[in-house]
Write a protein that binds this ligand. Structure first.
Ligand SMILES: O=c1ccn([C@@H]2O[C@H](COP(=O)(O)OP(=O)(O)O[C@H]3O[C@H](CO)[C@@H](O)[C@H](O)[C@H]3O)[C@@H](O)[C@H]2O)c(=O)[nH]1
Length: 453
């Protein structure tokens, strides 16, 4: 292997939240002279191509996803199906194994990066290709549940307690939150559970890599290293920020420009989260209750074909001029940096978590899935830079609790607001210091050279 220039094949889980960070990492590697082939379905390639900043070094190679019973005909990625059907998609993706084998045999890249395709190392090993299990979620999401120290079979009661040796007392889940992780015991693929495939994927690779940094999760990364007895390489968050050639769409720049500095509350829940209609209505009513200007960007709730049709009666008239609910896609990183925006209400998906840390908006969190709940604990309990919206036992949040959380960080005289703002500023300074992000990638590349020897 020529250590000065690798050819790396990437085979991420076919969900936008996974493929996008892989492309960002590919850009970082290509900017250091390495060649990358990203193996994803054709539709995904069309959606990702605009992120490719090095078309001379990064290419997409189409993977044909075979049909699997129970999935709609032609399904290729997780964004086309409900979360509950992801296990079937995993089974369909597992059926692409032969295509991957043929590709690797024909092209013999130096390394393969993958996350959920636990069978990659078996193929790669025979061909002398190194493997890196590159994980795009926080280290806590792996360390709390997907480690050999978890006693099997996993029961809902077990999930209330962290596995032996788990190093954090604050980044933990209790009650309904912990029990919601039972999905890891369910099939994810044909005849394999989510837990088994992830632990196998982590165990079989030459090196584990995580899209995080030591300053946030150093102890959790050390725990992963001890659990799997192998090197854990960190890439830092690899957000692709600063690469954008565009600027904020005129329509939003103009609308936001009509408000006082740092007064608007922006809300978005990422690319997957679809609310139930009654929770969606409660959410928008919570924003109305704050009395603050707001921009909410959400997918239409379940069973509705537009956000407009799902709004509570009279809502639009009551908030006209100060509040907008939009059902499309916006340029979130630009919105977060707009001078009028002062607060970011989000689900704490890993991308949004980092984007919120890197901008100076107050942060209010409404997590939904397992890793989002852990990211939330990290920000609220450990770093103390955000507040979480209180939920009832059945995980429902009321308009009052949402409004209270927002006011608690937006009211100038609020003690909590002052405290999170001060802590947040400290972290933003560290994370955005010159060379911080690029240093992580440089050290990652150096480690790749070491494991390739
Ligand atoms: O209108 C929008 C909405 C979102 N975004 C961007 O989309 C990304 C969303 O990513 P993230 O915040 O990570 O949310 P999800 O799309 O929900 O991410 C999925 O993948 C993540 C791992 O990458 C996991 O942490 C989450 O739980 C999982 O839902 C962010 O970069 C946003 O800036 C936009 O640009 N415009």
């Amino acid at each position: 292997m020529d250590p000065s220039s690798f050819h790396i094949a990437m085979f991420p889980w076919f969900a936008m939240g996974h493929m996008t960070p892989y492309v960002h990492l590919a850009n970082e590697l290509a900017s250091r002279g390495h060649r990358i082939t990203i193996l994803v379905p054709k539709k995904a390639r069309d959606q990702l191509e605009h992120l490719n900043l090095h078309t001379n070094l990064i290419i997409f190679c189409p993977v044909l996803v075979p049909h699997f019973e129970g999935l709609p005909e032609g399904t290729e990625t997780a964004s086309e199906i409900p979360l509950s059907a992801n296990g079937l998609l995993a089974a369909a993706v597992d059926k692409t194994r032969k295509q991957l084998e043929e590709y690797l045999e024909a092209h013999k890249p130096d390394m393969v990066f993958y996350d959920t395709a636990y069978w990659i190392p078996e193929i790669a090993r025979k061909l002398g290709i190194k493997t890196v299990c590159y994980n795009v979620v926080c280290a806590a999401a792996l360390a709390l549940t997907l480690v050999p120290a978890r006693k099997l079979p996993i029961t809902p009661e077990d999930l209330e307690n962290p596995p032996a040796g788990y190093p954090s007392k604050t980044v933990v889940l209790r009650g309904a939150e912990a029990r919601s992780l039972m999905f890891i015991t369910m099939p994810f693929g044909d005849g394999i559970t989510f837990y088994d495939r992830t632990v196998r994927a982590l165990r079989e690779c030459d090196a584990i890599s995580i899209r995080t940094c030591r300053e946030l999760e150093g102890d959790l990364c050390d725990y992963m290293e001890a659990q799997f007895n192998k090197t854990v390489l960190l890439t830092g968050p690899v957000l692709g920020l600063g690469d954008e050639k565009d600027k904020l769409e005129e329509k939003w720049a103009k609308w936001l420009g009509g408000f006082e500095p740092r007064s608007v509350v922006y809300c978005a829940f990422g690319s997957q989260y679809i609310l139930e209609k009654d929770q969606f209505q409660e959410l928008v009513l919570g924003f109305e209750l704050t009395g603050l200007p707001f921009l909410i960007v959400l997918k239409p709730p379940m069973g509705c074909d537009s956000v407009e049709k799902a709004l509570p009666q009279g809502f639009e008239e009551r908030v006209r001029g100060r509040g907008v609910v939009f059902g499309g896609w916006v340029q979130q990183p630009f919105i977060l940096r707009h001078a009028s925006v002062g607060c970011f209400v989000n689900h704490c998906g890993f991308g949004s978590m980092w984007e919120s840390l890197l901008t100076n908006n107050q942060i209010v969190l409404v997590p939904h899935l397992g890793d989002q709940m852990l990211n939330t604990k990290l920000l609220v309990n450990e770093l103390k830079v955000a507040v979480e919206v209180e939920r009832e036992a059945n995980r429902w949040f009321s308009k009052e609790s949402l409004s209270k959380a927002i006011r608690s960080v937006m009211d100038a005289e609020s003690e909590v607001g002052v405290m999170v703002k001060k802590n947040h500023a400290k972290w933003t300074r560290t994370l955005s210091s010159p060379g911080y992000m690029s240093g992580y990638v440089d050290r990652f590349v150096q480690s790749l050279e070491d494991i390739s020897k």
